[in-house]
Write a protein that binds this ligand. Structure first.
Ligand code: BES
Ligand code: ZN
Ligand code: ZN
Length: 463
């Protein structure tokens, strides 16, 4: 998608459809003075909030696509709704642009194109961008949207074509043209380091695990922010095999890892003056004669032993080694991002990721960043009382409650497990399973959403 600028609608070419808002809920395509107009129903202008603007931006693109319109023009002034009129213009322009780009994406790499081609928006013209900050914001949003779509493409790729080795290769391709350094640890390297947790989970698969390390230096000195992303390229559940239906989306179980890769690429492309490290343990969780078993006890990089009571709670196991590895960088903050539990979806539905942290300040910050970015998050507690549930019978820490009660507090048990490996630095866990795929009404194509890259970018800018 291309975004261009124009000073007034009078200068527009004929084939460009103008977008106008109506205060009802209807959508029209009309012909006005020889020009197509796309009239979008938005309800009352004074009811439009920042949350609604995000959906509105997507609705414009979605409606244009449905009507086979390829070029549209929007007037920036139309978006200055009373409730968000005091939003910083650059920020608003970026928000609009990134959501235009997100709404245009569909995963159709494996589909034979129809004769007339796939429905895509070729060009959006922004009229009335009086301030240079608006142009800057639009270009920034374009960059963010495009990078998120690349993230979605990685996550949407079937498990057979997105193995740990391929994911590592894709990370190398993604950083091309930036100054990000990539280092890949293979199975041998991990064995030498004693990363028994990652290796244990990977054991059942023919596809070798990889540990992907990305380093972006945007500041001369100062401690980095570490982002650790779950990179399970396919989660069958292992010997604790998932039911057939639950397995269908599990090629996207590396969504956290993909988000980390492209968030760091964005940090570099936006030239953020921060140091950022990305850590992605990449494995395939498979059942076979070589698989790790329920009851096995793994020795993690930290030295602590992990008693595996369910091989399907594998994300927390591989992240344990990543969280320990993070200590090497003396980080000022570590954030892990993972499609960790189905329980988070039971609790929150599909509209928000769960966040867990022991820091009230970080909890407040993440809620604010979530609200501003559209990657909404909601907190769960990590009180000491919950620590008992994950004590092992025969090992230090059990990957599910040793009393077998997995019905209670699934999100918290996942977070509490990770916390055992994250006690030496400020830390936030994002359980993004609810946001792996879109909710109804999100106006995003089926498949991966690219969450929570928008939140991560705001974090890297502000923290
Ligand atoms: N990858 C899944 C969680 C998941 C489920 C993500 C659905 C996105 C959509 C994770 O590895 C898993 O299987 N978790 C188990 C944990 C349980 C065994 C304690 C779950 O949620 O059932
Ligand atoms: Zn699992
Ligand atoms: Zn998983």
């Amino acid at each position: 998608m291309k975004i261009t600028f124009a000073t007034s609608s009078g200068t527009l070419k004929k084939e460009i459809a103008e977008v106008e808002f109506r205060e009802d809920d209807l959508v029209f395509v009309t012909l006005k003075e020889n020009r197509q107009t796309l009239e979008i129903g938005i309800g009352k202008r004074e009811d439009i909030t920042r949350r609604k603007v995000i959906i509105l931006a997507r609705k414009i693109v979605d409606t244009a696509k449905k009507h086979g319109i390829k070029k549209i023009a929007v007037d920036f002034n139309d978006f200055l709704f009373p409730k968000i009129a005091n939003t910083d213009w650059k920020d608003l322009a970026s928000l609009l642009a990134q959501n235009f780009v997100l709404a245009d994406y569909e995963f159709n790499r494996y589909k034979t194109p129809p004769e007339e081609g796939f429905k895509r928006i070729e060009e959006i013209t922004v009229i009335s961008a009086p301030d240079p900050s608006i142009k800057k914001g639009v270009l920034k949003g374009l960059l963010i949207g495009e990078e998120m779509n690349k993230c979605r493409e990685l996550a949407n790729t079937p498990g057979g074509e997105m193995t740990p080795v391929i994911l590592a290769q894709k990370a190398k391709e993604a950083v091309k043209g930036t100054n990000i350094r990539v280092k890949i640890l293979n199975k041998k390297d991990m064995a030498a380091l004693k990363m028994g947790a990652v290796l244990g989970v990977a054991q059942g698969s023919q596809n070798e695990p990889q540990f992907i390390i990305l380093e972006y230096r945007g500041a001369a000195s100062s401690a980095p922010i570490v982002l650790a992303g779950k990179g399970v390229t396919f989660d069958s559940g292992g010997l604790s095999l998932k039911p057939a239906d639950s397995m269908l989306e599990m090629h996207m179980d590396m969504s956290g890892g993909a988000a980390v890769i492209h968030a760091i690429v964005l940090a570099a492309k936006l030239q953020l003056k921060k140091n950022v490290v990305g850590l992605i343990p990449a494995v395939e969780n498979m059942p076979s004669g070589g698989s790790y078993r329920p009851g096995d006890i793994l020795k993690s990089l930290s030295g602590k032993t992990i008693e595996v009571l369910n091989t399907d709670a594998e994300g927390r196991i591989i992240l344990a080694d990543a969280l320990t590895y993070a200590e090497k960088f003396k980080p000022r903050l570590v954030v892990d991002i993972a499609t960790l539990t189905g329980a988070s979806m039971i609790a929150l539905g599909e509209h928000a990721s769960a966040i867990l942290t022991r820091s009230e300040e970080l909890e407040m910050l993440f809620r604010k960043l979530g609200e501003e970015s559209g990657d909404y998050v909601w907190p769960f507690p990590l009180w000491d009382e919950y620590e008992d549930a994950i004590k092992g019978n025969n090992g230090d820490i059990a990957n599910i409650p040793a009393n077998g009660n997995t019905r209670y507090a699934g999100v918290i048990n996942g977070g509490m497990f990770l916390y055992q490996f994250a006690k030496n630095y400020p830390w936030v866990h994002i359980d993004m399973a609810p946001r792996m795929t879109p909710a109804k009404g999100d106006m995003l194509a089926k498949g991966a959403t690219g969450a929570p890259i928008q939140l991560l970018i705001k974090l890297l800018e502000e923290y």
